[in-house]
Design a protein around this ligand. Structure first.
Ligand code: DGT
Ligand code: CA
Ligand code: CA
Ligand code: ZN
Length: 575
């Protein structure tokens, strides 16, 4: 059983517990959600961990206590979880799929079940079509329309998988092919190589001799649900994870041409081929051919771009946004890289809704090679996350002092907080508390439904307070789950520039906020960015790569990203 399936069961239990009449379920519900988040976001399979280390290994997972560990053990040994089955009997509702609808909660789903017998997405759809829902008490025409809109959003998003889910699958498949001894080289192509935030399908290139053993290996992998195409040079399969994967078997001599072709994007490919044609050449997935069909370049992408008189174009830029013209002029930006990052400035600990201690987060950040980092636990309005008041922040800062002593210079932990921007644009903590911070990180978590003008005013009021250093996850969207808030981003960017506020590129795979498009737009302002992971446990810090990919898709260079600066430069830059 895969992590996603286990996480989904735990999440469904949390929804069903919300419906329970008992009022003291709060901590239990939170425990299930926490465990679901850990398991749903980790790379190593829990089933493997359990096979190797039994229940004690499960207990070592962050956020997994006795009760949940036992339930997972039961699930992995018997295929069933009693608690889940019992609740399911009481609430025979398809929460797994219904809860993918934005702004639709367990309580409303239960009302629809009691009143109209709605159990799943299909019966909900039928009820929406026949306008039965507007008749219900507490619903009305407006909620019916919103529900229909949410349903549409869910149906659109189901077709594309978030990169954060797709990439680990691709990586594990690539590792298996490498381990099979049947391939000389394996490479990722398509939208996931370009770090698009969602992917339609995976594209994997395999350098190998055509070989029936290889075809068999690809079609028989445990990830494969069914085979769509199976030939010596092309295999297409449907994966159990819910997306397809295209494999191409190619010759080493064509590797660069194939990689260039299958990385796309389609529009970038069209522009590059136009240049080839202008020169009297032709370019396909096998080679760049000269006038008499002579092979001018084929083995590496660099050789192909260069033979066309172009600079090498990084995959993240291959979207036909003007990069081909710049490559012709030799004026492509030098994109930020993972090794440029000196700090992670958005991190949570046990003090609020994180799973690890500050010292554990710091030790992990030091291992990643950072010079400094910032702890940003929540402020008091975030009740669900047990946000801290001003007094508790004072205690938090003295803990950070202690941790810095303990770390003996391995890394420096800066004092900060994730401060809620309240409905009127004021900040959730006293000025004197924020004065104790090395920098502030501010964000919106509640009242996300405000009209555009009001929301824009709210955020700009905060920015102009002079107390904001980083505006975190500026649009609050969640990929495939929640639409961005209504806000005039141009006005926000202008205000951020004027007030020296950095915009966050939140690297958490379900956020990626700002997204590539908005970063690209923000570049025309002289605004700075910060790429942060918003980690709630140590291993989330490894999500930095998604933020880097997104920043690169927005064409960012190191110089505009404040967490590529040395600590000294960072602290003076935010003044
Ligand atoms: P996706 O899968 O929707 O997330 O996006 P891609 O970019 O991975 O698209 P996909 O899987 O259809 O094809 C992979 C690459 O192969 C694509 O980026 C460019 C190339 N390609 C596929 N079909 C065509 C085509 O009809 N014409 C051209 N020029 N290139 C194509
Ligand atoms: Ca693809
Ligand atoms: Ca494809
Ligand atoms: Zn956060």
């Amino acid at each position: 059983m895969h992590n996603k399936q286990i996480a989904s069961m735990l999440e469904q239990i949390a929804y069903m517990l919300e419906l329970d009449e008992r009022k003291d379920r709060f901590f239990e519900i939170r425990a299930y959600r926490k465990a679901a988040l850990t398991i749903g976001t980790m790379q190593e399979e829990v089933e493997e961990i359990f096979k190797k280390g039994g229940i004690s290994a499960l207990l070592e997972l962050q956020g997994v206590g006795q009760g949940i560990a036992k339930s997972i053990q039961e699930l992995l040994t018997t295929g069933k979880m009693e608690k889940f089955e019992d609740l399911k009997e009481k609430y025979p509702i398809d929460f797994e799929n219904l809860m993918k609808i934005p702004n639709f909660g367990a309580k409303r789903a239960f009302t629809l079940y009691k009143e109209l017998g709605i159990k799943d997405v299909n019966s909900l759809k039928a009820a929406l079509d026949s306008h039965k829902i507007r008749e219900l008490k507490g619903f009305g025409e407006k909620s019916e329309a919103e529900l229909a809109k949410g349903m549409q959003f869910m149906e659109n998003s189901e077709k594309r998988m978030p990169l954060g889910d797709a990439l680990p699958i691709a990586e594990s498949i690539i590792k298996k092919i490498r381990g099979s001894g049947l391939a000389e080289n394996v490479a990722l192509a398509g939208s996931s190589r370009r770090w698009r935030e969602t992917v339609g399908d995976l594209d994997i290139l395999i350098v190998a001799e055509e070989n029936p053993d290889l075809t068999r290996f690809l079609t028989k992998m445990e990830e494969v649900e069914s085979v769509i195409v199976s030939g010596p040079t092309k295999v297409s399969v449907r994966l159990t994870a819910g997306l397809s994967c295209d494999f191409r078997v190619i010759k080493k001599s064509s590797f660069g041409a194939a990689l260039q072709y299958f990385t796309g994007s389609k529009n970038h490919g069209v522009e590059v081929r136009k240049i080839a044609v202008k020169k009297g050449y032709s370019l396909n997935e096998y080679q760049l051919s000269g006038k008499e069909g002579k092979n001018l370049a084929s083995e590496t992408e660099e050789e192909i771009y260069n033979a066309l008189g172009l600079q090498y174009v990084e995959p993240e830029m291959r979207e036909a946004h003007g990069e081909v013209e710049l490559a012709q002029q030799g004026k492509l930006p030098k994109l930020v890289e993972r090794k440029d990052i000196t700090a992670d400035l958005h991190l949570h600990s046990k003090y609020t809704d994180g799973a690890d201690k500050i010292i554990e987060m710091a030790t992990h950040a030091a291992k990643l090679g950072y010079e400094y980092m910032g702890m940003t636990d929540h402020s008091k309005s975030e009740r669900q996350a047990r946000g801290m008041n001003d007094e508790q922040f004072a205690q938090y800062f003295s803990e950070i002092d202690k941790v810095n002593d303990e770390l003996e210079g391995k890394i420096k932990v800066l004092k900060s907080g994730e401060i809620d921007i309240l409905k009127d644009g004021s900040l959730d903590l006293l000025d004197k508390t924020m004065d104790m911070m090395d920098y502030t990180l501010c964000s919106i978590h509640n009242n996300l439904e405000m009209p555009k003008e009001e929301m824009t005013k709210r955020v700009i009021t905060a920015i102009e307070s002079g107390y904001v250093n980083i505006l975190a996850h500026p649009t609050a969207r969640l990929i495939n789950e929640r639409e961005p808030i209504a806000i005039d981003l141009d006005k926000v960017f202008e205000a951020a520039e004027a007030n020296n506020v950095a915009l966050e590129i939140n690297a958490f795979p379900s956020r990626l906020d700002l997204n590539d498009e908005n970063i690209f737009k923000a570049r025309k302002y002289k605004v700075k960015f910060a790429i942060n992971t918003d980690s709630h446990r140590q291993f989330h810090m490894d999500f930095m790569k998604y933020g880097i990919g997104t920043a690169r898709r927005g064409w960012l260079e190191k110089s505009s990203i404040i967490n590529t600066f040395s600590m000294k430069k960072f602290l003076s830059a935010i003044k």
